[in-house]
Design a binder for this molecule. Structure first.
Ligand code: NAP
Length: 310
């Protein structure tokens, strides 16, 4: 019998308890899933940063911490956590992100606002949207989420450039890495999508210098993390017309304060960190499968590298 501690906000327990028990039963793992195990008895922790566990030192026999979130920036530097930490990679989380990213990309690509917001009785048939093949898109971060978004945008016809830390070769995508690769990826890009994790190396990665490389009137879509963007530089680029519109899902401070200039800027769309979310049924299967791997002596999937920070 494995003792599995569920440590997330109380409402998550209602959502996750039944799917987790079903997923463990499906893979024949005999578990005692609870929110109240004594720390020294816990084999695995299912963890969200908004749950009660902060100090991992009493969890002396815990074999791994299974995150319920994709982003790990709030836990990766916790010095009391010495056990393996796995982040969540889940098909539903990925599908949600693909749908959100393609939706907002198509909104800007097709200039949908012009007609949705401009129902003024005037018949303007003087311009047609360009084709996707003429709209270069760049994705910064080409991991689980960025790669899936890149493939979906490729299927719609967009030429997609993808930038990552390590060198990659992915079909359908122009893959770049390194500082030179970043400049090449941004130069002339008309739509930039940020799907990097928040680490010291990605902070303010989209700064004034790099925004100046984009095609004039480019669009920014950020479902990654708020600190990826230098906010003052983006506001200046929006005011000058270098950036035509920014769709932002994530912010340095969340909820975004009511007096933040993003709320009132005519060329910014704020969405409240809803680009995608973990779905209990699929997440439960991923976690049960990963614990099964551990019990069979196989390496855990999606293990976070603490030195890299993601
Ligand atoms: P992932 O699989 O870890 O991919 C991260 C990507 O970023 C990888 O391609 C990685 O490069 C690249 N990267 C990391 N540091 C870099 C650096 N310094 N320079 C260049 N590239 C770098 O993560 P994921 O699952 O795709 O998730 C990405 C992020 O999305 C999460 O960290 C989270 O912040 C965000 N997210 C947001 C929402 C939302 O609702 N808004 C939901 C889920 C996730 P390598 O491939 O070389 O490692």
């Amino acid at each position: 019998m494995l003792n599995i501690l569920f440590s997330a906000k109380p409402a998550a327990w209602e959502e996750y308890q039944a799917p987790l028990l079903e997923a463990f039963a499906k893979v024949d793992l005999n578990v005692h899933l609870s929110r109240d195990h004594a720390p020294e008895d816990v084999d695995y922790i299912i963890f969200a940063p908004n749950g009660p566990v902060r100090d991992f030192r009493p969890y002396t026999r815990t074999k791994a911490v299974m995150g319920l979130w994709a982003g790990v920036e709030t836990i990766v530097n916790n010095e009391t956590l010495t056990q393996p930490l796995c982040r969540l990679v889940d098909d539903s989380l990925t599908d949600g992100m693909v749908e959100w990213v393609t939706g907002h990309t198509l909104r800007h690509h097709l200039g949908m606002d012009r007609h949705i917001l401009g129902q003024d009785g005037v018949w303007r048939d003087d311009s047609f949207p360009p084709l996707a093949k003429d709209r270069p898109v760049t994705i910064l971060g080409i991991g689980a989420l960025g790669a899936a978004c890149g493939q979906a945008l490729h299927c719609l016809g967009f030429p997609v450039t993808a930038w990552s830390r390590s060198r990659k070769s992915l079909s359908n995508l122009r893959c770049l890495s390194g500082e030179d690769g970043l400049r090449a990826a941004l130069t002339g890009a008309q739509i930039v999508i940020l799907l990097l994790p928040q680490t010291p190396r990605t902070a303010n990665i989209l700064n004034a210098d790099r925004l100046s490389l984009l095609a004039r009137g480019a669009f920014i879509i950020n479902p990654g993390r708020g600190p990826l963007i230098d906010d003052d530089a983006l506001l200046a680029a929006l005011d000058s017309g270098q950036v035509a519109h920014a769709t932002l899902d994530v912010f340095r401070t969340e909820p975004l304060p009511a007096d933040h200039p993003y709320w009132s800027h005519p060329h910014v769309t704020v969405t409240p960190h809803i680009a995608s979310t973990t779905r209990p049924e699929t997440a439960a299967e991923v976690i049960a499968g990963n614990i099964l791997r551990g019990e069979r002596g196989a390496p855990f999937l999606y293990q976070v590298d603490r030195t890299r920070g993601y």
